[in-house]
Design a protein around this ligand. Structure first.
Ligand code: UN1
Length: 515
C-alpha cells in the first residue's frame, strides 16, 4: 500500500519515556527493583522507540508468586466479604486519583487516544464501584427440601488463586474486571499482563498494594508477573490455580484450554471476536453511521469487540458505504495525545502486516477497497499508522471468517433478514453483535433464539463499548467465558449445596428405606 499524508509526529520517544516514567513514579512504582535477568524492552507504538526496559521473570519465580498468593488466599478467605469490599473501594479511589497517570501510560504503551485511555481507566473505577456493592450481595439460594425438618441451601465460598492473563489492547481494565470481583469473592490474583504493555499493570498493581497496606490487608493479594509464555506456564498448569481468566487470541485459547481442562481447572476464556452489525432498511442511518465508525475505527480497530463485518440490506448498501467512507476520510489519524486525533497507531509491525495481508486477500477474493488501508507516514519507520479500511465483498470469503486485529471493515449485502442472520452467525467466533433498525420485529428476531448467536447482542448501538454492569464474553471460539458484571462473580467462587436436618428423624431422600 502507498504512504499518504505526511504528518510528522512532534513527540519524541524521549518525551514519551519521561511521560511514562513520571506516571509510574507518581503511582508508586520503582521499575528498577524487579527480580530476574532477562530484559524486556517496552516500546511505544507512537514512535516504535523503547520507553522502558524491565526485568522478566521465569517459571520458578512465577511458581513462587503462586505459592505466596495461595498463602495470602488462606488468610483473605476468612475476611468478611464486606470488609474485603473496603479494599476494593479504596482501590477505586486511588484509580480515580491517578486516572490521568494511568491513562498516560495506556496512551504511551498502547497508543489509545486520550478519551479512550481515560475511558479504560473509568471502566476500572466503575468495576470497583460494582464490586463494592457486590461484596454485600454474594448471595446463595434456599430451596424447599422434600424432607420434613430439613433445609436445603447453597453457600458460596472463595475459590483460591486466580491467574489473570491480559492482552495489550486493554492492558488494565480487563485486570480490573477480574481482580475487583475476585478480591471481594475472597480470591487472590497473579496477573500476567502482555509483556508488551507491563507499565500500566505495574502502576495499577502498585495502587492496589498501597490500598492493601493502608487497610492492613494481607500481602500478596495481587502479584504482577512480567514474563513470557514459557514463564507463565505455571499459571496454566499449577494445581494451586483453580481459575485461569485469559484474554487473547483464539490460538492462545486453543493452547491453554486443554492444559487447564487436563487438570480439571476452570477457565474463563475471552478470545477472538468477528463482530458484525446488520443494517436494515428501516435503520436511522445518521445514528447507524456514527455507531459503525466508532465501533470499527475506534481504538484503531484493536478491541476484541471491534466491528469487523457490516451486513447491509441491499436497498441501503450504497448509501451506507458512501457515508461510512466519507466519515473515514474525515478521521484524523496520528498522534493519539493530539487533540482531534481519533485513530492512533497500530500495535507494531506485525499488526500492520496483518492488516495489509488481509486487504490483499480480500481484494484477491473479489473485494473492493473503498476507503483507507494506506499507511500514514509520521516520520518514524517503526511506527505504523493506517487509515481505517472499508472493503465491500461480493460474498463470504475466508478472510472475512478470521479476526484481523486492525481497522478493516468488510461490507456484505443481504435481501432477507434470515439471510443476514445466517451470514452474521456464519463465522467461528461469537463475541459481539448489533442490529440497526427501527422495526421492532426485526430487533426482536435478532435478539431471539433464532437471532444473533453472540454473547453480546445490541440494538441501535455498535458492537464495542460494553458497560461493566453486564456479563462480558462470547460463545463459540470466543471461548464461552463471562467476566465483569451480572452474575459473572459465580465463576470466581465455589458453590456448596447444604442440607441441614433439624428434625429428630433421618428420612432419606427419594423415599429410600435402609433398615
Ligand atoms: C477487549 O477488547 O478485550 O466492550 C475488551 C468494550 C470494552 C472492553 C473491550 N468495554 O469494547
Amino acid at each position: 500500500m502507498t504512504t499518504t499524508t505526511p504528518a510528522t509526529l512532534t513527540r519524541s520517544t524521549e518525551q514519551l519515556r519521561r511521560r511514562a516514567h513520571d506516571a509510574l513514579r507518581t503511582c508508586g512504582v520503582d521499575t528498577t527493583t524487579l527480580p530476574g535477568a532477562d530484559r524486556i524492552d517496552v516500546r511505544t507504538p507512537l514512535t516504535g522507540g523503547t520507553v522502558a526496559t524491565l526485568a522478566a521473570i521465569g517459571p520458578g519465580e512465577v511458581e513462587a508468586a503462586i505459592e505466596q498468593a495461595h498463602q495470602a488466599f488462606l488468610a483473605w478467605r476468612s475476611v468478611p466479604a464486606p470488609v474485603r469490599g473496603q479494599l476494593v473501594k479504596r482501590l477505586g479511589e486511588l484509580l480515580s486519583e491517578h486516572k490521568e497517570h494511568l491513562a498516560d501510560l495506556i496512551g504511551v504503551e498502547v497508543g489509545k487516544i486520550a478519551s479512550e485511555a481515560l475511558g479504560e481507566v473509568q471502566e476500572m473505577i466503575d468495576i470497583c464501584d460494582y464490586a463494592v456493592g457486590l461484596s454485600r450481595q454474594l448471595e446463595g439460594r434456599t430451596m424447599p427440601s422434600e424432607r420434613p425438618g430439613h433445609r436445603l441451601m447453597e453457600t458460596w465460598h472463595p475459590l483460591g488463586v486466580v491467574a489473570v492473563i491480559s492482552a495489550f489492547n486493554f492492558p488494565a481494565a480487563v485486570w480490573a474486571w477480574n481482580t475487583a470481583v475476585a478480591l471481594v469473592c475472597g480470591d487472590t490474583v497473579v496477573w500476567k499482563p502482555s509483556e508488551k504493555t507491563p507499565l500500566v499493570a505495574l502502576a495499577s498493581a502498585a495502587l492496589l498494594q498501597r490500598a492493601a497496606r493502608e487497610l492492613h490487608a494481607p500481602e500478596h493479594l495481587n502479584t504482577v508477573v512480567v514474563t513470557d509464555a514459557t514463564g507463565a506456564a505455571p499459571l496454566i498448569d499449577s494445581p494451586l490455580v483453580p481459575l485461569v481468566s485469559a484474554t487473547g487470541s483464539e490460538r492462545l485459547g486453543a493452547q491453554i484450554a486443554p492444559r487447564i481442562a487436563a487438570r480439571f481447572g476452570r477457565a474463563i476464556l475471552e478470545l477472538g471476536g468477528n463482530n458484525a452489525a446488520v443494517v436494515t432498511p428501516s435503520a436511522d442511518l445518521d445514528l447507524a453511521v456514527r455507531g459503525i465508525v466508532f465501533a470499527a475505527a475506534g481504538t484503531a480497530g484493536q478491541r476484541c469487540t471491534t466491528l469487523r463485518r457490516l451486513i447491509v440490506h441491499e436497498s441501503v448498501t450504497d448509501e451506507v458505504v458512501t457515508r461510512v467512507a466519507a466519515a473515514y476520510r474525515g478521521l484524523q489519524v496520528g498522534d493519539p495525545f493530539e487533540a482531534g486525533t481519533l485513530v492512533g497507531p497500530l500495535f507494531g509491525a506485525a499488526a500492520h502486516q496483518a492488516v495489509q495481508d488481509a486487504l490483499t486477500e480480500a481484494v484477491a477474493a473479489g473485494g473492493t477497497l473503498v476507503a483507507g488501508g494506506e499507511r500514514v507516514d509520521v516520520g518514524h519507520d517503526d511506527a505504523y499508522y493506517v487509515r481505517p479500511a472499508l472493503v465491500t465483498m461480493p460474498a463470504q470469503a475466508d478472510v472475512v471468517q478470521r479476526e484481523t486485529f486492525g481497522p478493516v471493515l468488510y461490507v456484505l449485502t443481504y435481501r432477507e433478514l434470515d439471510d443476514a442472520i445466517a451470514l452474521h452467525n456464519g463465522v467461528p467466533q461469537g463475541l459481539s453483535s448489533a442490529i440497526f433498525t427501527q422495526d421492532q420485529r426485526e430487533a426482536e428476531v435478532f435478539l431471539s433464539a433464532e437471532g444473533s448467536d453472540c454473547g453480546i447482542v445490541n440494538v441501535n448501538i455498535g458492537t464495542s463499548g460494553a458497560e461493566i454492569g453486564g456479563a462480558f464474553g462470547g460463545e463459540k471460539t470466543t471461548g464461552g467465558g463471562r467476566e465483569s458484571g451480572s452474575d459473572a462473580w459465580r465463576a470466581y467462587m465455589r458453590r456448596a449445596t447444604n442440607t441441614v436436618n433439624y428434625s429428630r428423624e433421618l428420612p432419606l431422600a427419594q423415599g429410600v428405606s435402609f433398615a
